[in-house]
Design a protein around this ligand. Structure first.
Ligand code: AFP
Length: 280
């Protein structure tokens, strides 16, 4: 597993260099979800694939930017699903973006995730590894140095409500409004990596991307976005649900499946479960 973490550190340094080169132009291609890919998405994807190809313990990889699983090493133990550059539509406005990695054993399913890593490309580059606990590293003078262990409090202060409000179910709108009518503060950039990183660093709150009238299964992809962050939040002593159940218990039928997702500290997640129990 350590070889995988070292490889991801290498990808982070190379992708940071690509971001700094500043090419935010669109390519001619669409990914399997139908998003037009930026040249930066494609280049980041190639960087990761090239670096992972040399890591012998990796059996298979699958990228959010590609349709199919790729086989690497027959004797490898681990399967990795990754989103090379999540939130890449924010690069042109110079907001933070990130890479997300879910590391699985046996099959690409929530119940088989054994570690998660994400990288935040912001004013600084930070890399977070969730395994037994959640450790944050920062890129300083060319190498990643340990900074702190991240742990959520029982209840937080931030509220990050995703998706198009006009498509929210009334009970979801009520939940979000109630939180704002209390002491919760709005924090939403449109990139799940920095938005969830903020909740983890500041001790807690709620990030929601619900099922909506136009997208009943939400937008966020299970393997590339939902499961890695669900694992990270659980290891940081928070929780992640789809409204009714733990997201890591949801079966995956297709590698690009999406699901509604709520990540947060325990009090906020219990509040979501209470509201959603009687609906849907
Ligand atoms: P892009 O990669 O297309 O920018 O999407 C980012 C993302 O998947 C996730 O990082 C955000 O939390 C979410 O979309 C934002 O979606 P909304 O703009 O619909 O709230």
């Amino acid at each position: 597993m350590q070889a995988i973490f070292e490889a991801i550190k290498q990808t982070a340094i190379e992708i940071q260099n690509l971001i700094e080169q500043g090419d935010t132009s669109k390519s001619e291609q669409e990914n399997s979800t139908g998003d037009t890919q930026l040249k930066l998405d494609i280049k980041s994807d190639l960087v990761i694939e090239k670096i992972f190809a040399d890591v012998k313990c990796i059996k298979q990889i699958v990228s959010e930017e590609q349709e199919a699983i790729k086989h690497l090493h027959d004797d490898g133990k681990y399967l990795i699903a990754y989103d090379p550059l999540d939130g890449s539509s924010l690069v042109d406005v110079n907001l933070s973006v990130g890479s997300i990695f879910g590391i699985y054993e046996n099959s690409f399913e929530g119940k088989n995730i054994v570690a998660a890593v994400y990288v935040v490309f912001g004013p600084r580059v930070e890399l977070i590894i969730a395994q037994d606990d959640v450790k944050m590293y920062r890129l300083l003078n060319g190498s990643f140095e340990f900074i702190q262990t991240l742990k959520l409090q029982q209840k937080g202060t931030l509220n990050a409500p995703g998706s198009t409000q006009m498509c929210w179910e009334p009970y979801h709108k009520q939940l979000i409004d109630d939180m704002f009518n209390e002491t919760y503060t709005m924090r939403y950039s449109g990139g799940m990596v920095p938005d969830l990183h903020q909740i983890l660093i500041k001790g807690g709150g709620l990030f929601s991307y619900p099922g909506t009238t136009d997208k009943p299964k939400g937008k966020l992809r299970q393997l590339f976005e939902v499961f890695p962050f669900a694992y990270t939040f659980e290891k940081a002593q928070g929780a992640a649900v789809d409204g009714k159940q733990r997201v890591l218990d949801i079966p995956t039928e297709h590698i690009h499946d999406t699901s509604p997702a709520f990540f947060g500290s325990c009090d906020e997640i219990n509040r979501v479960l209470k509201v959603y129990k009687n609906h849907g």
